[in-house]
Design a protein around this ligand. Structure first.
Ligand SMILES: Cc1ncc(COP(=O)(O)O)c(C=O)c1O
Length: 313
């Protein structure tokens, strides 16, 4: 995220950022630290940004160098509708770069928009690429490269022009995380063997099972209007504490669930379902959550939830 702004913006440039959660909020922090004028669209947590909000911001700040947004806002589990938004940004303001954090959506949901409407797309090794953290990947459009080429260098380690020169020789500019790159080659073979469409379909099914499962247990989703297929956030059944539920599920079943981030800390539970997982893993997680919530005094019908989830396979 930082490299995308360092390479495409000059001090004093205006950027529009979408803040719909803990990761969206980071654009502002990064932008301000780099001396940019940040115009933030604040979206209610759990909601997706709307096309109208983006259009209004572009009308207010027509000279914006970039619009920065997440595809999947991992902290709230909402998916922003970028397939509609990216082409519209390019229609209104072709010179404004679209910068998309696809870290938790890459490989779970097709890349949003068209190759021409997504200028910078960012992915990370630690999510659906099934690898440890340590590698960030970026795709740049021709427009983005043009902007990068004309932007004064302000960084040594994040210099994309230097990396492009090195890549032409099959190298990186600095010491690479070589073990993760070797792992990435293996991960790509696994993904190719399954087939990208099948990978997307598996994630879509895992997302459906998670949402259907927790709502059948009587839990409310954190992002009911636009839930993503990478991670599902929900409020625990009444009378059950989110963090107690998580720790007990881990203790009883060995399943590790994520908690809330930022202002959702302690209030919600998130089931991550990306990468090396299958629909039965998610089904098992739903049963583990239901059974544990019941043991903690929650009024949940685990058997009914299990039966209704089975209808999705
Ligand atoms: C949407 C999103 N952006 C960025 C990041 C990277 O954040 P961090 O480096 O703090 O893990 C993550 C999590 O890994 C994420 O889910």
């Amino acid at each position: 995220m930082e490299a995308s702004l360092l390479n495409s913006c000059r001090e004093g440039d205006q950027i529009i950022t979408v803040n719909g959660g803990a990761f969206g909020a980071r654009w502002r922090t990064i932008g301000e630290r780099l001396g940019l004028k940040v115009h933030e669209i604040v979206v209610e947590w759990g909601k997706p940004v709307t096309l109208e909000e983006i259009e209004a911001a572009l009308a207010l700040y027509p000279g914006a160098r970039a619009v920065c947004m997440q595809h999947s806002e991992t902290s709230t589990t909402a998916l922003h509708p970028l397939s509609r938004i990216l082409p519209r940004i390019k229609e209104i303001s072709p010179e404004t770069l679209t910068i998309v954090d696809g870290i938790s959506s890459c490989l779970t949901t097709p890349m949003p928009g068209t190759p021409e409407s997504c200028d910078i797309y960012i992915a990370g090794s630690q999510k659906a690429f099934m690898l440890p953290p340590g590698l960030a990947m970026m795709m740049l459009s021709k427009t983005a490269w043009r902007v990068v080429e004309s932007t004064p260098r302000r960084t040594l380690y994040f210099d994309l022009l230097s990396e492009r020169r090195s890549l032409a020789n099959g190298e990186t500019s600095w010491t690479p995380a070589s073990t993760i790159i070797l792992g990435l080659n293996a991960a790509i073979e696994i993904i190719k063997a399954e087939g990208l469409e099948a990978v997307y379909a598996r994630h879509a099914l895992m997302g459906r099972i998670a949402r259907h499962g927790v709502t059948s247990l009587g839990c409310k989703l954190v992002a009911p209007d636009a839930p993503g297929d990478s991670v599902t956030g929900f409020y625990p059944p009444s009378g059950v504490e989110a963090d107690t539920l998580r720790s007990q599920v881990r203790k009883r079943f060995g399943i590790r669930l994520a908690g809330g981030q930022g202002k959702l800390n302690g209030a919600v539970v998130r089931i991550g379902h990306m990468g090396d997982m299958d629909p039965f893993d998610v089904f098992n997680a739903v049963i583990a959550i239901g059974s544990t919530a019941r043991a903690l005094g929650g009024d949940v019908n685990v058997e009914a939830a299990a039966q209704s989830c089975m209808g999705l396979f």
